[in-house]
Design a protein around this ligand. Structure first.
Ligand SMILES: Cc1cc2nc3c(=O)[nH]c(=O)nc-3n(C[C@H](O)[C@H](O)[C@H](O)COP(=O)(O)OP(=O)(O)OC[C@H]3O[C@@H](n4cnc5c(N)ncnc54)[C@H](O)[C@@H]3O)c2cc1C
Length: 300
């Protein structure tokens, strides 16, 4: 029996596993595909953190609370903005190669600006390959550690005794069902984008952890909050190819079929308004014009 059983091998699962292993715990990571399979490796634009002046955690907090339109859990946002910079540095120390530039003052991280942020605070890697680079570094760190990994192992049921998780039943690669026990079980199985007809999320994002929890009687919160990327390529392939927000961060402008830049006047940040504002504006413009797409003008 392990101390910790981690379900999922994206950034959440592998970070948890590495932290627990560093504390001397025995860790088992269970993942339904290969170790690197995750939504994490699809992440493009980057990671927001207040890394250097003139930015600050308080400014990041203020931007996030505004973007949250009164619905944020302020304590959770405080943890995010205060601990974010250290987590980014931790990923860098682990071997994640974030994009940098060198000037007279030396080498520093390149920062991009994205929707809802009042200044550039998004670190990225390989241009728009941030998630792939983070996942690569995490997978290499896990492979170099004592963490045990079981790939192709599909968690199908949380086993609880007297209100405490004892582990999971999992469908193993040979087709048999195994009971994997641990003192503590961590669910890091990612999101549920595949519940929607159109999504940028990979096929593995099927909300398994939520389903496992609900079936085991575990309280789940905030399930109504699903974030949609405002812009993806108007193409039938699925998942839809994301058109990263970094494009608008670099000056690309949303236009309707008549060429009108319709975000001006909708929000003071125009094309860099928070994602829910941009998504609603796109939806309304398509509904009002009877057209099933808008344009992203990156000819600036
Ligand atoms: C196209 C795209 C672009 C994005 N861009 C950004 C960005 O620029 N910046 C940003 O901050 N975020 C971005 N995101 C969001 C970000 O990728 C996710 O929020 C984050 O990666 C989620 O990490 P996670 O570890 O929680 O889940 P995931 O990375 O999805 O990992 C879940 C893991 O659980 C495993 N799993 C699931 N069910 C089971 C089961 N039943 N049994 C065993 N294993 C299971 C999966 O195989 C996977 O390994 C983007 C997402 C997408 C799809």
């Amino acid at each position: 029996m392990h101390d910790i059983l981690v379900l999922g091998s994206g950034i959440a699962g592998l970070t948890t596993a590495l932290h627990a292993a560093r504390k001397g715990m025995s860790v088992l990571v269970l993942t339904k595909g290969e170790l690197s399979h995750s939504a994490t490796r699809y992440a493009q634009g980057g990671v927001a953190a207040a890394l250097a002046a003139p930015d600050s955690p308080d400014l990041h907090l203020a931007d996030t609370l505004v973007a949250g339109a009164g619905l944020c859990d302020a304590d959770a946002v405080r943890v995010l903005v205060d601990e974010g910079p250290a987590r980014v540095r931790e990923l860098a120390a682990l071997g994640t190669r974030f994009d940098t530039e060198t000037d007279d003052a030396g080498e520093h991280l390149l920062l991009a600006r994205e929707g809802g942020h009042s200044l550039a605070r998004v670190v990225h890697a390989g241009g728009d390959a941030t998630g792939a680079e983070i996942e690569r570094a995490l997978v290499e760190a896990v492979e170099a550690s004592d963490i045990e990994v079981r790939e192709g192992a599909f968690a199908i049921e949380l086993i609880a005794e007297r209100g405490r998780a004892e582990g999971v039943l999992a469908l193993l690669p040979g087709g048999e069902v195994g009971f994997l026990r641990a003192v503590d079980t961590v669910l890091a199985t990612g999101g549920a984008g595949q519940c929607f007809a159109v999504t940028t999320n990979p096929t593995l994002s099927t909300g398994d952890g939520i389903a496992l929890s609900l079936r085991a009687g575990v309280a789940c919160a905030d399930l109504e909050f699903v974030q949609f990327h405002p812009t993806a390529l108007h193409h039938p392939s699925m998942p839809r190819p994301l058109l990263s927000e970094a494009l608008r961060g670099e000056g690309a402008v949303l236009r309707d079929d008549d060429g009108e830049a319709f975000m001006t006047g909708v929000h003071p940040l125009a094309d860099l308004a928070p994602r829910d504002v941009v998504s609603r504006a796109i939806h309304e413009r398509m509904r009002d014009t009877g057209v099933d797409h808008v344009w992203l003008d990156a000819t600036m």
